[in-house]
Design a protein around this ligand. Sequence first.
Ligand code: PEP
Ligand code: MG
Length: 542
Amino acid sequence: MIELHGQGVSRGIALGPIRRYERQQPAVEPVPIADIEGELARLEAAREKASAQLETLYQDTLGSLGEANALLFQIHQMMLEDPDFCDSMEQHIRDESVCAPYAVQEAGQEAAAAFAAMDDAYMQARSADVLDVSARLIRILTGRDEETLDFASPAILAADDLAPSETARLDRSKVLAFVTAGGSSNSHTAIFARTMGIPAVVGLGEALEQLTAGCEAAVDGSTGEVILEPDADTHALFLDRQDALRNEDALAEAYRGKASRTKDGHSIELCANVGGPGDVDAALEGDAEGIGLFRSEFLYLQRSDYPDEETQFAAYKDVLQRMGGKRVVIRTLDIGADKQADYFQLPHEENPAMGLRAIRICLTRPEVFRTQLRALYRASVYGKLAIMFPMITHPREVRQIKTIAAQVRDELTAEGIPFSPDVELGIMIETPAAALLSRELAREVDFFSVGTNDLTQYTLALDRQNSAVAQFDDPDHTAVLSLIHMAAQNAHAEGIWIGICGELGGDPSLTETFLRMGIDELSMSPASILRIRAKVCVIEAL
Ligand code: PEP
Ligand code: MG
């Protein structure tokens, strides 16, 4: 028996034989060509064919896995059309007089290296996407078919890494789990695995080499354990864990459509955290009562320039319409620290988590802030919108924000553009200062939402990006819980509601504690909602 550890990124237990998947993409040699224009035309034809294939993949995935996952293939289509990528392929052909497949290979590797070198984990994960797109082009140019991923019988799939298009082609009934050497919880392999409900462990590194085809393995997608040739006791232990999870899911499913209420009648709203319009289907599928946190940064991160008002308006309108009157809390941009977009040209900082981020950027670049607020207010007539501001430390900032918001409303009125008069304005409680000043802050706004990820980071002086200090993290830390309790009391004393949208909101071990504090709303990953509702509904009395 050999025990390996990776990062568990998709909950679930699997027991079964290993199947290895080696991507057969031999390196392409630089074959010299004489007819440069002919080679460019060949590349153009291949791009068109790749685009058509991606459109089919988009439509198929839309039907089977929903918009959140299908969206990826639109991103691949955009990469195919990206002017820098196209120029780079063309330049290799023109400058080096080499064949198109070689030019694609080189341009793809250069673009992938550029993504991999970025600070933001989301952008780093896009490196696999650009390699996937160039592999597709090379296959078309060299006349090779896609390697089949058909399994004769169910197995645990072990691969160096899985490209998103490979993951989407897998037969769910045959793949017991994914185990990969590379990847991160932000990679699309992980995102697809969670949506497909397939257990997954990523980041095993070189240890993956020990997984030979045919050997038996046990995988726990929560703990990240991968056990090779498990002995009888381990096998039984994993079967017990599997039973426990299945029971938990079956019990939770019974709460679909039910009210989130304790037996003695205390209600709480259970909402979803989403990263963009693509996640709205998952929120509805998870039976969310609303969206408690829409991280609007996605609109800013995947681009080379600021998104304009129309782009933002379309995204917000889409989400509000699809949530059909349920409340959608959209957080204004939270760029900075771990979320960087080059075009913001933020200065290098010694302590970026305590630097120019979130509302501090909005208040120092009011034109960026105004564009977002205009788009939000314009979208407000399409549903029930609440706007939330991150990283607040002082009531003065809130007053400044409210002045800008009032100016934006006046501008829209003067232009005859309609907006809802009922848009709630709220703030995140994610700094100790905000919790300590919550009584005064509560007089300024309509609601609070506690960002426990940052509140924990700033209260415990524990960098959330630094895995070396993860062992000092403590979700039950009295200091953090006391600050949340204080904010809840102050919110209610001033007659406003308070939610929790950090990761602790979906932690079942704290659900009862939060109910006792009087928290009005919990927002979490869509897949956690039914399990937390099950937890709420069995509480006898508070
Ligand atoms: C938080 O800090 O808890 C939060 C929800 O915001 P983010 O994780 O996006 O910083
Ligand atoms: Mg935060």
